[in-house]
Design a protein around this ligand. Structure first.
Ligand code: ADP
Ligand code: MG
Length: 378
């Protein structure tokens, strides 16, 4: 991909360029935990946004998106915001860097990627992190620390793209490391790397390609349930709650709120259990925890949907080690940890059965845990 992008860059802008990349991400476990002060457990994947860049000596940024086959140029002041959504990610990163006292000057860039868009792998975070990292390297002697780079991406989503996201996606894209997953504590923002090189297993996502639009903003409702239970327990977030504490207020909270909290408390423990298991190289326990998460999300948290439950059932039937919904729910992907020798049968069966039931095949996305933001050298 590097040579191709540099070639297009040279055709368009007539100079050599330097290439940067950043990755999409998966989250192995730890779902709906961020706003409860809990843990998430993401890793960067071998799907990237890659950008060839060169300083152009003007006050303008000139961008060509290979995948959109679209060109855009903009200045670096607040009023120069472009209309095109894809360009706003880059403009936002420039602005957020400047707002933090960083330097950004005019540059030319050509970029492309292979992170599937809108599949829950965070192509937008890959895009932001790629440029945040590049601007830090080109104009700021890498003085902006890595966590701030992630926040530049997050603020870009908030302030220029209308997406009120947490920090996980940008964190994973910036901090990602080959063969490692990262446990991010969403309360303290501390993180720790854990080894993830499941020899003899593959990690594969099945994208159901369905997205159920729901009328009554289910995310806010889940949040409110968690907040009500936390208030009843007298704790700040459910991070500080245990099953025993929850049992003590069983008759003071609604049945629904009880089940929501039961999921969140279980999920906090499952992330810790998965970390322990990975240190032992015990992928069977990892897989079991993934199934438990799916069940919790489906039955207690009620954010699954028919199609995802079906893919999960097929995974069980095919002897897949672990499988669960990835992301907020109501559609998108399942993430599956599957033994090599079961892989072919699983994929064939899932495609066939899903297609027979829902009229289209799920998209198969194989992933390998890889490096996050970096400069691409030969
Ligand atoms: P995701 O879940 O993949 O992050 P988003 O809707 O948040 O989905 O972000 C997708 C948007 O990011 C696209 O609509 C586009 O504006 C931008 N984007 C992502 N990848 C590319 C790409 N390869 N080329 C151009 N724009 C991209
Ligand atoms: Mg996104």
């Amino acid at each position: 991909m590097k040579e191709k992008i540099q070639e297009i860059f040279k055709q368009r802008f007539g100079t050599d360029s330097v290439v940067y990349a950043s990755a999409g991400r998966i989250n192995l476990i730890g779902e709906h935990t961020d706003y409860n002060g809990g843990f998430v457990f993401p890793g960067a994947i071998d799907k990237y946004i890659m950008a060839a860049i060169n300083i152009n000596g003007t006050g303008k940024v000139r961008v060509y998106s290979m995948d959109m086959d679209a060109y855009c140029e903009f200045g670096l002041n607040e009023e120069d915001a472009p209309q095109e959504q894809w360009a706003r990610y880059i403009f936002g990163v420039c602005r957020e860097t400047i707002k933090r006292g960083g330097t950004v000057k005019g540059f030319d860039t050509v970029f492309a990627g292979n992170v599937p868009l809108g599949a829950g792998l965070s192509s937008s975070a890959a895009l932001e992190s790629c440029f945040a990292f590049a601007l830090n390297d080109m104009f700021n002697e890498n003085k902006i620390d890595k966590f701030e780079l992630a926040k530049i991406g997050q603020s870009t989503e908030h302030n220029y793209c209308g997406v009120n996201c947490g920090i996980m996606d940008q964190f994973a894209s910036v901090f990602g490391k080959k063969d490692c997953l990262m446990r991010l504590d969403c309360r303290s923002l501390e993180h720790e790397y854990f080894p993830f090189h499941p020899e003899g297993y593959r990690l594969v996502l099945l994208n159901s390609k369905v997205k159920h639009e729901l009328v009554d903003s289910p995310y806010n409702k889940r949040r409110e349930s968690c907040e009500r239970v936390a208030a009843t327990l007298g704790v700040e977030t459910l991070r500080d709650a245990s099953y025993t504490m929850l049992a003590d207020v069983r008759d003071k909270v609604s049945d629904e709120d009880y089940r929501r909290a039961r999921y969140v408390i279980g999920e906090k423990q499952r992330v810790l259990d998965v970390c322990d298991a990975l240190e032992r190289g015990d992928y069977e326990t990892v897989g079991r925890c993934m199934y438990e998460t799916h069940d919790g999300l489906s039955r207690d948290y009620e954010v699954s949907c028919e199609e995802l439950d079906y893919l999960n059932d097929v995974a069980r039937e095919c002897g897949v080690t672990g499988s669960r919904i990835m992301g907020g729910g109501f559609g998108g992907c399942t993430i599956n940890l599957v033994k090599e020798d079961r892989y072919d049968n699983f994929i064939a069966t899932a495609k066939e059965k899903f297609n027979a039931k829902y009229g289209h095949e799920p998209e198969v996305i194989n992933v390998i845990i890889s490096d996050g933001a970096h400069k691409v050298v030969d």
